[in-house]
Design a protein around this ligand. Structure first.
Ligand code: BGP
Length: 472
């Protein structure tokens, strides 16, 4: 493997606080591979791929992904080489409990024990997430998050993880982007079970929230001495204009997609605007006695913020058809701002200041809760064409992307934001759900044609210098 050092001779203009968390994030299904090995049960991705391989870019499924299950030692060594002091992974529920409940798969527990130990030995703090889109199939068969029983099974699984790994893991996360399974699975058809049903969507969101609160409660009951939080994709909703109808549209979009999880997770309360809408249209979820207290009393210690793109909205141009299925878009239209900067590979706008706006919002309206950027990154298709004669991918666009976001983060810190770190999505190229290996996000490239060979990209070396200097 070719290694060309990237040296930065610049003087440090953007210095970050001491002990800043530098690292990256990944998830089990996207990296581990070995989907049918080591006693793992099937999850919805394994199943969906069997049923509809055409839904996945180039027909590539989750069975092998980036092979972290076999190569974790080498990968952790590379993380260390790139200056990581922390890394967020997720545990696969169906690797721990093949049926989602019942007997523990000891081989699964052994694997995570080895990974955690290996990271700690390398001086990398493991941040561990319990749910990253990967419902065990057996749980989906009884309704997944639609079914309240699944909340209890999730909490039992979480408790097992706290018991087995909590002596070494001090940063826990219940969910990654819990709005995404709602959007993908129950509104917009990009996750299994491909249902379009607003009532179910609301119930799914509610049960995810309840499972967050109950898992936090369990952690504290067990005497957990670390921190427990949730990772949310906080997508700022910018109105097209300051016209009151545009502003109102953006407030509603914000209530649906950000405050829906942020308010209950941090404040233990539901956003009034969302509750009013759900009540008016008769879509309030089924709740049980005691739930409100459980949610109120079990709020998070910290928030992971995933930020990729802003949401831009405008007042509706046309009234929705009265018989159309109920969707959040009944209240706003998405708005394509002329002149916006795009990552065309992913179809996402790049708006670096969004990261600052999120952090200032958390500071001003959420008691400046401790947080970190838990994902941010740039997926690019066809990166092989940027490989130079020494075999290194010259991803200057990624360096620029990260650098510009870090500058805005730095400004937020100077203004008092309680942001503690920055994790890139992702460490090495991995499997992106239905996009499979279309867009590459890693500091490290994974060559699927060469036995998943890893090579560090230019951005990886650049990041190493940032971590060493604690700034740039
Ligand atoms: C986030 C997810 C990640 C990751 C990332 C990039 O929503 O938490 O799992 O996949 O987005 O998105 P994509 O893979 O769809 O390009």
């Amino acid at each position: 493997m070719q290694r060309t050092e990237v040296t930065t001779k610049e003087t440090i203009k953007y210095r970050f606080p001491q002990d800043f968390w530098w690292g990256s994030a990944a998830s089990a299904t996207q990296t581990e591979g070995a989907a049918n090995e080591g006693g793992k049960g099937k999850n919805i991705w394994d199943y969906w791929y069997e049923q509809e391989p055409n839904r996945f870019f180039n027909g590539v499924g989750p069975e092998k992904t980036s092979r972290f299950y076999e190569t974790y030692q080498e990968d952790i060594r590379l993380m260390k080489e790139l200056g990581h002091n922390s890394f967020r992974m997720s545990i696969s529920w169906s690797r721990m409990f093949p049926e989602g409940k019942g007997a523990l798969n000891q081989e699964g527990a052994d694997f995570y024990n080895k990974v955690i130990d290996e990271m700690i030995a390398a001086g990398i703090e493991p941040f561990v997430n319990l749910y990253h889109f990967d419902m065990p199939l057996a749980m989906q068969e009884i309704g997944g998050w639609e079914n309240r029983e699944v909340v209890d099974h999730f909490v039992s699984y979480a408790e097992t993880c706290f018991r087995l790994f909590g002596d070494r893991v001090k940063k826990w996360f219940t969910h990654n982007e819990p709005i995404v399974p709602v959007e993908g699975g129950y509104l917009y058809n990009f996750h299994y079970p491909e249902i379009v049903d607003f009532r179910k969507a609301v119930q799914v969101a509610y049960h995810e929230l309840l499972s967050n609160a109950k898992a936090i409660e369990a952690y504290r009951k067990l005497g957990g001495d670390g921190q427990i939080g949730i990772v949310l994709n906080l997508t700022p909703s910018y109105p097209r204009s300051q016209h009151p109808q545009d502003v109102k549209a953006s407030e509603i979009a914000d209530a649906f997609f950000n405050k829906s999880f942020l308010d209950p997770a941090v404040k233990g309360e539901f956003p009034p605007l969302l509750v009013d809408i759900l009540r008016e249209y008769d879509y309030l979820p089924k709740m049980e006695q005691g739930d409100v207290e459980t949610i109120k009393n079990n709020t998070v210690d910290l928030i992971g913020v995933n930020y990729y793109q802003p949401r831009r909205v405008k007042a509706k141009e046309y009234l929705p058809h009265p018989d159309a299925p109920f969707m959040p878009e009944r209240f706003f239209d998405n708005y394509e701002m002329p002149g916006r900067k795009m990552n065309r590979h992913r179809g996402w706008e790049i708006y670096e200041k969004g990261i600052y706006d999120i952090l200032i919002n958390l500071k001003d309206n959420y008691d400046n809760i401790e947080c970190f950027i838990s994902e941010n990154g740039m997926g690019v298709e066809g990166e092989e064409k940027f490989r130079d004669e020494n075999g290194m991918i010259q991803d200057d666009y990624r360096i620029e992307f990260i650098r510009e976001h870090l500058k805005w983060m730095h400004k937020a810190i100077q203004e008092g934001s309680n942001v503690k770190g920055y994790h890139l999505w992702t460490f090495m190229d991995n499997w992106s759900w239905t996009n499979a290996y279309k867009n590459r996000y890693g500091f490290v490239s994974v060559n699927l044609d060469q036995n998943a060979e890893r090579t560090i990209k230019k951005s990886g070396y650049w990041f190493k210098s940032v971590t060493e200097n604690n700034g740039f």
